[in-house]
Design a protein around this ligand. Structure first.
Ligand code: SF4
Ligand SMILES: [Zn+2]
Length: 312
């Protein structure tokens, strides 16, 4: 088994980035999420075209829609572009394919103007690396009219695999960051992986995803998303060929999600973005994804979809 790859090797194996416009967010959408105290809440999600993240995690493909360098003032223009086109919503997510509090991606000098645009929102959700939980988070929070929630990748608490992901993070770093943010009234949502590289046994992989979810909630996260790890970033395709990474099945995602919901530790989501790579049966795939989406919204386990394929 390979010990892991450094940032230089990981970037050398990458295919080309997508062409992106620094003044236009590469995607935005209006969606619903369950409220923390029941009911549904509307969310506007803006995927900002930002500067590429300085961390080079093994499994990451978010760099595909990023710029090599930040363009001063461009993030604000992108927020305006999206807000002019989105309907009103209760909450807003600003995801920049990296870390909102990476000052090379978004300068603290821009916080005030961005916060001003977000005045009508009850909650603002941004993504950030746990190691960048610092005074910049507090500065931005102080400028907001609504509450701040920070989404952070815990990825996995597997003690041999987390160090190999080049995330430059320990489970303890995540826990400390969550405690710090919570102590400043900032909510935390966590991302955990299903089938990270080097975890190729199905039963073990499911067990570690559940353990990681539990750890995130015990640390103080209020929501947790399960992300099935996909190939396609260069190094993951190499790991796939070497059998050091195995794509999860839709059946595994369903099992983890059912288990996680039954634990009732907090809100759990199965990430359903672009799940086509998990499709093995054209008869039941769409219905099964729809079931996951309904479960994301209701936080209730729905009856499984029956199919002649046996639902792998
Ligand atoms: S910290 Fe997040 S955005 Fe940055 S490389 Fe890792 S997974 Fe990708
Ligand atoms: Zn089927």
């Amino acid at each position: 088994m390979h010990d892991g790859y450094n940032g230089h090797t990981i970037t050398a194996l990458r295919p080309a980035k997508n062409r992106v416009d620094p003044y236009i967010p590469y995607h935005f959408l209006h969606e619903q999420e369950p409220g923390l105290s029941g009911g549904f809440e509307t969310v506007n999600t803006v995927f900002l075209t930002g500067r590429e993240c300085a961390f080079k995690c093994l499994m990451c493909d978010l760099w595909k829609n990023t710029l090599d360098e930040a363009v001063p003032g461009a993030i604000l223009k992108q927020v305006d572009y999206a807000l002019e086109r989105l309907p009103p919503a209760k909450h807003i997510k600003l995801y920049n394919n990296g870390n909102f509090f990476d000052t090379k991606a978004i300068s603290p000098g821009e916080y005030s103007a961005i916060a001003d645009r977000l005045r009508g929102y009850k909650k603002v959700i941004v993504e950030n690396h746990p190691k960048l939980s610092n005074r910049h988070c507090l500065e931005f929070k102080a400028l907001l009219a609504g509450r701040l929630e920070i989404a952070m990748g815990l990825e996995t608490i597997h003690p041999e695999i987390l160090p190999r992901l080049n995330k430059q993070l320990t489970a303890e770093d995540f826990r400390k960051a969550t405690i710090y943010l919570n102590s400043h009234n900032i909510d935390v949502r966590a991302f955990v992986l299903l089938n990270p590289p080097f975890l190729t046994n199905e039963r073990e992989s499911i067990a570690w995803t559940i353990r990681s979810l539990k750890f995130a909630f015990e640390s103080g996260a209020v929501r947790c998303s399960v992300i099935p790890v996909r190939p396609g970033n260069g190094v993951m395709d190499m790991l796939l060929k070497a059998h050091d990474y195995v794509p999860p099945t839709l059946g595994m995602l369903e099992e983890v999600f059912d288990k996680a919901l039954s634990l009732k530790l907090g809100q759990v989501f199965a990430d359903t973005w672009d799940l086509r790579f998990l499709s093995k049966c054209s008869l039941c795939f769409d219905q099964r994804v729809k079931r996951l989406e309904e479960m994301n919204l209701t936080q209730q386990i729905k009856p499984p979809i029956q199919c002649t394929c046996g639902n792998d």
